[in-house]
Design a protein around this ligand. Sequence first.
Ligand SMILES: [Zn+2]
Length: 431
Amino acid sequence: MSRTILRGRVLTFLDEPQAIDDSASYRYIEDGAITIEHGRIVAVGDYVPEAGADVIDHRPHLILPGFIDMHLHYVQSQVIASYAGSLLEWLNTYTFVEEQKFSRQGHAGVVASAFYDELIRNGTTTAVAYCSSHPASVDAYFAEAAKRNMLMVGGKVMMDRNAPEALCDTPQSGYDDSKMLIERWHGRGRALYAISPRFAITSTPAQLEASRALVAEYPDCYVQTHLSENDAEITSSMELYPGSPDYTGIYEDYGLLGPKTLLGHCIHLNHRETKVLAETGAVAVFCPTSNLFLGSGLFDRERLAQHGVRIGVATDIGGGTSYSMLRTLDEGYKVLQLRGQRLNPFTSFYMATLGNARALSLEGTIGAIAPGNAADLVVLDAAATPAMALRMATASTLAEELFLLQTMGDDRAIAEVYVAGARSKSTLGGL
Ligand SMILES: [Zn+2]
């Protein structure tokens, strides 16, 4: 029987930390042991020597649940760092041009492979991605995830207007292709499907109607789209849907809001919209590096949380500028600083692990180091660079270490990654 014990400093969250000293919200084991069998965690506790056990010693590093990225576009891996003034210019000048390449034979496979290497390099073991409008991009995405045994969520972008002809589907073909892909992939291995109308600007009412039909037929699937990222986008959306009360109201009118709905950005929501998100259980996804890069605005975490809106955090590659959830948490901290809101490091790391698992309704499967969960883990080295080691020498608390990791860390601070119990960072390239 394959049985492995990981030894190290173990940190996992039990609930959302309410303050920096809320020690009831997490479990920390100074000399911990995580026992893994057949890709699952079977025990967590203090390390006790065991004759004949296969022990991998990660001391003095921290072992956390693998990071979860709630929103990104794998087909934009070659769009990152494109020089644009704002969202709509960025989409038209770079993104819609790049996504057309996914009609080429073989292109999706090459990009998917490089994309997954980057996720692993950065400690991300689950992500929720948009593919392009081409079904082959979805096949490449899930096939590569299956090869690596990763729990991934994703779907074919549906868009039938306001984009180059070569990227547009039709309400019928978008529906048919999505249905075929759901039947092919949803629930196969660790794959989970997200019905993915890009956003209101690029979907006609007939396409949102087709999306509603898919949601009704496949209530288990996620729905992902973009909401309220940028002022020009909001104005344009309201011109296209003059009968809806506001941007959120468009998706509401087509029955697209529910607890499995993931809404990228949600920056400029009015009071009614905030209430609707809270009532429907839809998730607002905070994408700080993207929001800063495209100058979209500052996410109001406190206001949404006070109204009871569920919140996730994500990179939004390629509007986002880094695959690293550490870089993302750092920029998230800064966005909230500008809002006069203070995000403590325990809450940051909760958001990237158990918080995002809860936002995906996957608590009990991923996001925590607990018996029964998948052994998807990240090993963090807070002294990974000379500058980090220098600063770490003066850190004496776990809070300081976590804050240092998110403020100074990147892929170099990811010492190892486990996917379903298999070492995955140190073996990169061996696939
Ligand atoms: Zn996006």
